[in-house]
Design a protein around this ligand. Structure first.
Ligand SMILES: Nc1ncnc2c1ncn2[C@@H]1O[C@H](COP(=O)(O)OP(=O)(O)O)[C@@H](O)[C@H]1O
Ligand SMILES: [Mg+2]
Length: 236
């Protein structure tokens, strides 16, 4: 039986081939337990986005092994047959640029994923509203994305990444456009989610405001990861 959560061993990713090949990931090793939020930190070009895309089954790694829960999803080749279902049901993405659907209001942008997964509309909207409230953007529930500020759009995108309660959440710079108080509120919500739903969460960040909150941090440099203890500073 595999350890639950996320496990990555010896992961490699090469873009292109021959003279122009780029080895973006050379040796990535990580383990994130259910209920845990870890930070992933590294300079620009070190492979952070590539790692999240591999783990999110958006691109295919070149070698290594990735396990989600008790399922080996990649072992020198995909082992999971339905990658679309994997992305839809088991992984929550929070990207840097919030790709909201312009013709749906805020509530429906968040409620859409659970609706597509078969949750009754009323319950899906209820779940959406709870998250919007937790992210302090409930007053914008009926607004259209174009009417929101950048920070509001980012919080709606975060709500959308969390609403299906996936066992894994991958967040790429989720707090970048937010002020200190809101950035910490986002981290608090991610920690609550992790605890309540046994979610394993990886947060890519440069944000000095939130780095002290992680108990464990992975540093990545030139496609190689190193683990380090974080401050794990309590915050209220
Ligand atoms: N689609 C791609 N094709 C070729 N090289 C890429 C591609 N995406 C990223 N890279 C290269 O892979 C390396 C890691 O990039 P990336 O994962 O985006 O790093 P980070 O997110 O840490 O800034 C960089 O050298 C980058 O130029
Ligand atoms: Mg990146």
């Amino acid at each position: 039986m595999e350890h639950a959560g996320i496990r990555i061993k010896g992961l490699r990713k090469r873009y292109g081939q021959g003279d122009t090949a780029v080895d973006a990931l050379k040796d990535v090793n990580m383990a994130v337990a259910p209920g845990e939020v870890v930070g992933l930190i590294g300079p620009s070009g070190s492979g952070k986005s590539t790692l999240l895309k591999c783990l999110g089954a958006v691109i295919e790694p070149s070698a290594g092994r990735m396990t989600l829960g008790d399922e080996v999803i990649y072992d020198n080749g995909w082992k999971t047959r339905d990658l679309r279902a994997l992305r839809r049901d088991r992984i929550g993405f929070v990207f840097q640029a919030p790709y909201l659907i312009p013709f749906l209001d805020v509530t429906d942008n968040v409620a859409l994923l659970p609706m597509l997964a078969g949750v009754p509309n009323k319950e899906a909207r209820q779940r959406a509203l709870e998250l919007l409230q937790a992210l302090d953007v409930q007053h914008r529930a009926r607004a259209m994305p174009a009417q929101l500020s950048g920070g509001e759009q980012q919080r709606v995108a975060i709500a959308r990444g969390l609403v299906n309660r996936p066992p894994v959440i991958l967040a790429d710079e989720p707090t970048a456009p937010l002020d200190s108080e809101r950035a910490l509120a986002v981290i608090r919500i991610l920690n609550d989610m992790a605890r309540r739903f046994e979610t394993a969460i990886i947060v890519v960040t440069h944000d000095e405001k939130i780095i002290p909150t992680f108990r464990r941090i992975y540093h990545i440099r030139d496609g190689v990861t190193h683990e380090e203890a974080g401050e794990g500073r309590a915050f209220v």
